[in-house]
Design a protein around this ligand. Structure first.
Ligand SMILES: Nc1ncnc2c1ncn2[C@@H]1O[C@H](COP(=O)(O)OP(=O)(O)OP(=O)(O)O)[C@@H](O)[C@H]1O
Ligand SMILES: [Mg+2]
Length: 226
């Protein structure tokens, strides 16, 4: 991201959610984004992920400028190259766990690889629950399905906005462990917005926002390999 700004409204009443933000997220690392409520974390994530458009500056993903990309191209890029995990899980309630995991492949017009979906569900500790619907799963299990769904396309980046925000501490630790493992064991790239210092402690790098600005950029407990 280069000098990225995002403001809402005009004139004296405008809100600057992001201001002149410059940063690069490194591949195969876990980056935590922290900061007080309203500091611009979700706005940062959405601009980085191509879900929102900055009002200034440039966003590049895997070498391509996405900040000015046409909507159709951008939608395709998001489907094929980006994974999302939300605080509220966002699973489709009428689909089984396996069907939810297969959804990104379906949307991208790719082969319905049920074996891959099963493997991914096993990886997140849900072997045997492939046929369960979200309503039959606990919050932690639903978030595991969401993580399996985010990883199934082998995306360039997984973006997660407070993925452990609705979970109790033990479940949150397990879910975070899955994201950590996706990076350490499978080479994924993960950016996670969090209020939880325990999450940040297991990140390779912590970006801190305040009032829409990047105010701190520190290496986490786990060093990033070059
Ligand atoms: N659609 C919108 N219209 C107007 N202002 C907005 C809009 N979305 C966000 N903002 C403002 O932009 C600023 C940053 O919001 P953002 O949601 O990015 O914060 P956050 O750091 O994610 O906060 P939280 O920790 O509470 O989720 C806030 O002042 C917010 O009120
Ligand atoms: Mg937010």
């Amino acid at each position: 991201m280069e000098r990225v700004g995002r403001s809402y409204g005009r004139g004296a009443r405008s809100v600057h959610a992001l201001r002149e933000l410059d940063t690069t997220v490194y591949a195969r690392s876990l980056t935590a984004v922290m900061g007080p409520s309203g500091s611009g974390k979700s706005t940062f994530l959405q601009c980085a992920a191509g879900l929102d458009r900055p009002t200034a500056g440039v966003v590049r993903l895997a070498g391509r400028e996405i900040s000015r990309m046409g909507e159709r191209k951008l939608t395709r890029l998001r489907r094929e190259r980006i994974g999302f995990v939300f605080q509220s899980f966002n699973l489709l309630p009428t689909l089984t766990a396996e069907q939810n995991v297969l959804l990104p492949l379906r949307l991208a017009g790719r082969r319905r690889d049920t074996a891959a979906a099963r493997r991914m569900l096993a990886r997140v500790g849900l072997e045997g629950r492939a046929q369960a619907r979200p309503g039959e799963l606990s919050g932690g299990q639903q978030q595991r399905v969401a993580i399996a769904r985010a990883l199934i396309t082998d995306p360039a980046v997984v973006f997660a906005d407070e993925p452990t925000g609705s979970l109790d501490q033990d479940t949150a630790t397990e879910v975070l462990g899955l994201l950590r493992e996706a990076v350490s064991a499978h080479g994924a790239t993960v950016v996670v917005v969090t209020h939880d210092p325990a999450v940040a402690a297991r990140a390779d790098r912590v970006l801190r926002l305040a009032d829409g600005r990047l105010v701190q950029d520190t290496a986490g407990a786990t060093p990033v390999c070059a």
